[in-house]
Design a protein around this ligand. Structure first.
Ligand SMILES: Cc1ncc(C[n+]2csc(CCOP(=O)(O)OP(=O)(O)O)c2C)c(N)n1
Ligand SMILES: [Mg+2]
Length: 274
């Protein structure tokens, strides 16, 4: 799929995420909308993974380290046929459903249960190292939040990935500048992440607009090079991207729209699909 098709798909999926959260009366819509373009590119164009190859030892692996953005991940997986969109939409967060409010590896395509921040990248380092030791050709993709980078375990992982020369590991930082209760700079100042990670020894790609699928595709293409260093994409995204009144507002980290807001958001999203 080309960049425009991917953007359209991401906007359609934003509508599905909205339906899910409105119906279930719970969800993390702000982070879903900052990351959904990244996920749409990964699952439709970049990664070597499909519903038929979920157990193939050579498949690419994906870990959603910022597990609260599960509604976006499930929507992208459902759209790719890993499981039913209808079942997801009807049962999300209901008692007994497998579609719980953070990634659940009882579902096909989910490699790791996450939700407690700070664990996805360390496990991704292990998966990438295992790939090297087993002479396998797969890549490991991990999405972290920028607020999540307050977790020290991630910095240990950043260091060990360089030590083990894991050029089959691609981390993507969803750099939306916000976390649960305010800006990242207010809560835990993270400064210039690209500079920090370069100093750590990573190959760093700074993506100016992390909601632009053309820029993302270019960055992912670059990260397929294997030159002895792990890759990190610092994707400057907008939290709540796609719905005007949700954009750049910490309040929409975990917030359910009213009926009026739901209808307005639907309308705005529809207008963006070309
Ligand atoms: C270990 C841990 N501490 C606290 C939380 C509560 N929590 C959930 S989301 C979140 C903020 C995450 O911000 P960020 O990583 O920037 O995510 P995004 O902006 O992409 O939604 C926090 C503190 C958690 N899930 N895990
Ligand atoms: Mg954030």
């Amino acid at each position: 799929m080309n960049a425009k098709q991917l953007k359209n798909k991401a906007n359609v999926l934003r509508g599905d995420v909205l339906d899910v959260i409105y119906k279930a009366n719970t969800g993390h819509i702000g982070g879903d909308y900052s990351v959904i373009d990244i996920l749409t590119c990964l699952y439709n164009e970049v990664m070597n993974i499909s519903p038929e190859t979920v157990n193939d030892p050579d498949r690419d692996r994906f870990i959603m380290s910022k597990g609260h953005s599960v509604e976006a991940l499930y929507a992208v997986l459902a759209d790719r046929g890993f499981f039913s969109m209808e079942e997801y939409k009807n049962t999300f967060s209901k008692l007994g459903s497998k579609f719980i409010g953070h990634p659940n590896n009882e579902l096909p395509g989910i490699e790791m249960n996450t939700g407690s921040l700070g664990h996805g990248l360390p496990v991704g380092v292990g998966m990438a190292l295992a790939g090297k030791l087993d002479n396998r050709d797969y890549r490991v993709y991990v999405v972290t939040g920028d607020g999540e980078l307050a977790e020290g375990s991630l910095w240990e992982a950043f260091q060990s990935a360089v030590h083990y020369k894991l050029d089959n590991l691609i981390a993507i930082i969803d750099r939306n500048g916000l976390q649960i209760s305010g800006t990242t700079e207010e809560v835990m100042a993270s400064g210039d992440m690209a500079e920090k990670l370069k100093t750590f020894g990573w190959d760093v790609v700074d993506v100016k607009n992390g909601n632009d699928t053309a820029e993302l595709l270019e960055a992912f293409e670059h990260c397929k090079k294997k030159e002895g260093k792990p890759h990190v994409i610092v994707a400057h995204t907008t939290k709540g991207s796609g719905v005007s009144f949700m954009e750049n507002k910490a309040a929409w980290h975990h917030h359910v729209p009213t009926e009026e807001q739901y209808l307005k958001a639907k309308e705005e999203l529809k207008g963006q699909v070309q």
